[in-house]
Design a binder for this molecule. Structure first.
Ligand code: ZN
Length: 338
């Protein structure tokens, strides 16, 4: 294979993750639960040279089960059945499930190639807030009604098997295939979430139809006292006078329509940090002072980078194929067989 030098700068994440999106029971976060996904503690630049990738060696995945700390080695497609069924409802369109299968396969292989020993000998873990969700066939089927167990499972098998060996590449290399639940209509460039230099294939794109999903809008309301307390836990020098005009003011938005910077009292915070502190579903929010309370109206769910899962389903409903869905969310990529 010819050598290809990657010219763009890669971020190395100590811990990046996929949001808790479509867990088995569609559980919803409450405002009390903190969003800890995508925490970047040590972004640094790196230059990686193609090292004669031999994809046949990625036939199996060493999966770390976080609950018992055991490592299980699984054939990659068998592993992917558990990922697709944990990450996306089987009720979604077949083309959306296929897109999810290719994205998850790409994400997995990227993890194997760029393994930094974060999980010892394992390539990836089953914690959705760290790597990528996974559920066993038995546990998955136990959560479905009897009359849909087989048809649902067959839909998952078909999504993985009919896209066997396919991954997303950019300039010949597997991409870092981020995905999230609901973009709120616009996906986000990673530079506006984690800083550093962006990936050229992850641009902000618009998707229609995402407002039809329950993940699209949410609200968090808390008292002024609670609001102050939450911020003081992180910034002990925080002060605010609610009588002052513009004591809370959004100063800048990102290309993806999320809050980039916001002035709150004596602080200037990023939208991502406010999302984390307040446990919001996304950094696309409006904030209002409502009597003694502070109210956040939030649009979308997740970091907003890469494929939106509800957006994928929405596009599939419009008749788009899984390949068209992938090309919609990832710019200038190819879908190749490995
Ligand atoms: Zn992990």
């Amino acid at each position: 294979m010819r050598k290809i030098l990657i010219y763009f700068i890669l971020l190395i994440f100590i811990c990046f993750s996929i949001p808790i999106i479509f867990t088995s029971n569609f559980s919803e976060r409450t405002s009390a639960q903190k969003v800890v996904e995508n925490e970047v503690t040590n972004p640094k630049t790196n230059e990686i040279e193609d090292s004669e990738y031999n994809y046949s060696k990625y036939g199996t995945v060493k999966l770390l089960h976080k609950d018992n700390n055991k490592v299980e080695e699984l054939p990659i497609d068998e592993y992917l059945y558990g990922v697709v069924s944990a990450e996306m409802p089987a009720s979604f369109e077949e083309e959306a499930l296929k897109a999810q299968a290719v994205v998850a396969r790409t994400y997995t292989i990227y993890k194997i190639i760029h393994n930094e020993g974060k999980h010892g000998d394992a390539d990836i873990c089953d914690d959705s807030t760290c790597c990528q969700a996974w559920i066993s066939e038995k546990d998955r089927k136990d959560k479905w009604d009897d009359d849909e167990k087989e048809s649902n499972w067959n839909k998952i098998l078909n999504a993985v098997n009919s896209t066997k060996g396919e991954i997303i590449t950019y300039e010949g290399e597997p991409i870092n295939a981020f995905f999230h639940s609901n973009s709120g209509g616009e996906t986000e460039a990673p530079i506006d979430v984690w800083g550093g230099s962006g990936y050229p294939y992850l641009q902000s794109v618009s998707t229609s139809g995402e407002d039809a999903y329950s993940q699209y809008s949410s609200e968090v309301e808390l008292s002024k006292d609670e609001f102050v307390e939450e911020i003081k836990e992180v910034h002990s020098d925080f002060e605010i006078d609610f009588d002052e005009e513009d004591c809370i003011k959004i100063e800048e938005y990102t290309d993806g329509n999320r809050v980039k910077t916001i002035k709150i009292g004596n602080l200037e915070l990023s939208g991502v940090e406010v999302r984390t502190i307040m446990g919001l579903r996304s950094a696309n929010f409006k904030i209002t002072i409502d009597g003694d309370n502070i109210k956040f109206e939030v649009t979308g769910y997740g970091h907003g980078v890469g494929m939106s899962q509800t957006g994928a389903d929405s596009l599939a409903k419009e008749g788009k194929t899984y390949k068209e869905i992938i090309h919609h969310f990832y710019t200038d990529v190819e879908i190749e067989s490995i």
